[in-house]
Design a protein around this ligand. Structure first.
Ligand code: SF4
Length: 351
């Protein structure tokens, strides 16, 4: 539980350099920052009292100045395949979802970047109640620390981070990137940048800013349409940043970074997997260094869509292949829990 007074910051809001500055001001030696990072991010303690290697007066001072508590867990669901979904209740009682996804080869956490979302994609539960606020760096890191603890309790070290939960990652750019730098820092959680993926709905100015970062995180684009008209039907953001402009920005991003982009593409019956869709998609992705993930639609009560039959998905994938596009069909995870993005949070609100 977050029991901070209004004067207390959360220590996880501080970068390593900011922590060093704080310690120097407090008359402490800078190497204490490395020790504190180790306790918080490697050993995963939730209170300063547990930092046994630190002198008692410093522990006392830290607990007067900062908070370091866990997030309150409102709900936890475990699917048969091990997918574990947490619903966290934040200090102001906004709820956020975080998911642990274990597979044979990796252990991934899918984090939220905002409470709610302002982009209102017409297939996503996260956008239904609108946007509430950005998450702080500390709230983003605390989600990861909870899931890391859960994964390690099953002897599965956390290996990958994906920012594909509630919210638009690039709409909370600064807080998210600050958190991911701490995740990447070898004194912090120490997960390689290539093992992290940030997903965006296509905010072009932020994509160009991201291209200039000295940080090799993978970029995923929620495409979900095969041209301007089809994308506009599902994603209101397409009116501001059109499909055509987005594809041009992606070409520019690849030119600048020499890194591939992952495109996420939702499969909705009678909407996104027609012959026209396959042809247009193949035409628009031609020449791009990219991966294409096909995601079967996970039904949300408020929307009329249905997922296509499995055979239809396979034949769409096959058709793309004949057109020169290699696409991966994502296996549904956690089907027996509310695993679609934002569903658990939304269900809590509407009950
Ligand atoms: S898909 Fe992403 S951007 Fe769109 S409403 Fe859901 S959370 Fe927001």
């Amino acid at each position: 539980m977050d029991t901070r007074t209004p004067q207390q910051k959360d220590i996880r809001d501080l970068s390593y350099d900011e922590l060093v500055q704080y310690l120097e001001k407090a008359g402490e030696r800078p190497f204490r920052a490395t020790q504190i990072f180790e306790w918080v991010y490697k050993k995963g303690v939730w209170s300063f009292d547990q930092m046994r290697g630190l002198p008692a007066p410093l522990r006392k001072r830290l607990s007067e100045d900062f908070g370091l508590g866990p997030l309150a867990i409102a709900q936890k669901q475990v699917a048969k395949d091990g997918t574990t979904k947490f619903l966290f209740d934040l200090r102001d009682h906004e709820k956020i979802e975080t998911v642990l996804i274990p597979t044979a080869t990796r252990t991934t956490v899918c984090i939220s970047s905002q409470a709610g979302c302002k982009f209102g994609c017409k297939f996503c539960a996260s956008g239904i109640g609108g946007w509430k606020r950005n998450l702080t760096t500390a709230e983003i890191l605390a989600q990861i620390l909870h899931v890391k603890e859960e994964a390690e309790s099953h002897k599965k070290p956390l290996s990958h981070i994906v920012c594909m939960g509630t919210g638009e990652s690039f709409d909370n750019y600064d807080n998210l990137l600050k958190a991911l730098r701490i995740v990447n820092d070898e004194r912090g959680i120490n997960i390689g940048a290539r093992r992290m993926t940030v997903s965006t709905v296509g905010l072009i100015p932020k994509i160009m800013r991201f291209a200039k970062e000295d940080f090799q995180i993978e970029l995923a684009i929620s495409l979900h349409g095969y041209n301007d008209a089809s994308r506009s039907k599902l994603m209101p953001v397409n009116k501001k940043y059109s499909f055509t402009e987005l594809m041009n920005a992606c070409r520019e991003y690849i030119k600048m970074t020499r890194r591939q982009i992952t495109f996420e593409y939702i499969l909705i019956k009678d909407a996104t997997c027609s012959e026209e869709a396959a042809r247009e998609l193949a035409k628009n992705l031609k020449g791009l260094i990219c991966k294409l993930n096909l995601i079967p639609y996970n039904p949300v009560r408020e929307f009329p869509h249905k997922p296509p039959a499995h055979e239809e998905m396979l034949s769409f994938q096959k058709r793309l292949k004949t057109l020169g596009v290699h696409a991966t069909l994502r296996a549904p995870r956690g089907r027996d829990i509310a695993a679609a993005c934002g569903q658990l949070r939304h269900m809590q609100k509407s009950h």
